[in-house]
Design a protein around this ligand. Structure first.
Ligand code: 13P
Ligand code: 13P
Ligand code: MG
Ligand code: MG
Length: 365
């Protein structure tokens, strides 16, 4: 059976600041999807990471289906009403358009979708991140799919050994989707040359060369390209199928032990280490740290199992301690140098005004 997995997420309001949605807001979105999605969807799961609510759904409508997108849009609109009534901060933050126009992509919410023929067993992982942007997944995806240091399957499994095709998008290009396909292992250095720049190049999808099957789908939206100003970070979602001709679940999770520095954190303007957290976690220190949660499911005939919370296992407590240390160490240098993002990433924010005002006060000697 051909099934489509769609994950659509948006920040539509949160408690105290950019921390987490209220229980009532979650309830509104859950109830809306359960009621209005009865006919359209086979199954669904609603959760949150930081201040972002995600709707995972399984259905047979294919990717970019306007009915599936409209359902999510309307669920977020219903949630926004609740957020407004409760006085939540940033009610409707990521809904950047006044009316739905057929495809939720480009309207604010992040979208990752994949249609595939179900295998006899069909395990997959859902990653949802807060206080960062889509490039945060570049390094983990590179390591999981192309480095035997994290993926021994590249040596041990003949299927995985044939490598993968990475589709990388140039997200700074706004006229159209500008993409390149790179094959591992032969394009490994070319891939690294692009993926080192997390703000410009983002892994959109990965396909197994042995089976031609799609392994991953990620959201690639950069909100400031849509809004023309800073309205919040892009807080990306990612779907990864595991096992068989794909990496094992543990090989996908392995690079998250690094806690690599990503863009985001306070006001979306800093670098901070990427912390793996348990499901439905709030942000805190310096509106962060940038965080990612991971739920593991199996799907059969479109029916989802219950999720396993992949970063709840005790091992990750050690990683969280390490990431906390890394966060504090970089925060000690405040706004200086690598602690903050370069001007090119801040140019939609208030710093532009400050720079303009200072312009007149500069003198040439
Ligand atoms: P099992 O033998 O438990 O299926 O595990 C195989 C595997 O690939 C673990 O990474
Ligand atoms: P969000 O993108 O998660 O809403 O965070 C915005 C922000 O400015 C945090 O300081
Ligand atoms: Mg927010
Ligand atoms: Mg957020």
């Amino acid at each position: 059976m051909k099934v489509t997995l769609s994950v659509i997420k948006a920040d539509i309001g949160s408690l105290a600041g950019h921390i987490k949605p209220s229980a009532k807001l979650m309830e509104t979105v859950k109830e809306y999807v359960a009621k209005e999605g009865k006919e359209l969807l086979i199954d669904h799961y609603v959760g949150f990471t930081g201040d972002d609510i995600f709707i995972l759904s399984s259905h047979v409508q294919g990717v970019s289906n306007s009915k599936v997108h409209e359902l999510a849009w309307n669920a977020f609109l219903a949630g926004t009403e609740t957020a407004k009534k409760q006085g939540l901060y940033g009610a409707g933050q990521d809904l950047l358009s006044d009316s739905f126009s057929g495809n939720i992509k480009g309207m604010g919410p992040a979208v990752a979708e994949m249609e595939f023929e179900e295998r006899a067993n069909e395990p997959f992982l859902l990653f949802t991140a807060d206080k960062t942007d889509p490039g945060a997944y570049n390094l983990p995806l590179y390591l999981s799919f192309s480095d035997p240091m994290h993926n021994p399957g590249l040596i041990l499994s003949p299927k995985i050994n044939q490598g993968f095709t990475f589709t990388v998008m140039d997200v700074s290009y706004t006229e159209a989707d500008r993409v390149i396909d790179l094959n591992t292992p032969e394009d490994l250095y070319n891939l690294a040359a692009l993926l080192r720049d997390n703000e410009r190049f983002v892994v959109e999808k990965i396909v197994a060369r042995s089976s031609g099957e799609q392994a991953t789908a990620a959201s690639t939206t950069r909100l400031h390209h849509i809004a023309g100003k800073y309205v919040g970070k892009d807080d990306p979602v990612l779907l990864v199928r595991t096992q068989g001709s794909f990496p094992a679940a543990g090989e996908i999770l392995s690079p998250y032990s690094i806690g690599h520095y990503v863009a985001g954190f306070m006001r979306g303007s800093h670098n901070g280490p990427f912390m793996p957290v348990t499901q439905n976690e709030a942000t805190s220190f310096f509106d962060g740290p940038p965080m990612v949660s991971c739920l593991g499911f199996c799907v059969q005939e479109g029916r989802l199992t219950e999720p396993v919370d992949c970063f709840a296992q005790p091992f990750w407590n050690y990683v969280r301690e390490k990431v906390s240390r890394k966060a504090v160490e970089l925060r000690e240098q405040g706004f200086s140098g690598p602690a903050m993002l370069p001007y090119s990433e801040l140019e939609y924010g208030g710093i532009v005004t400050i720079m303009e005002q200072l312009e007149e006060r500069f003198k040439e000697r």
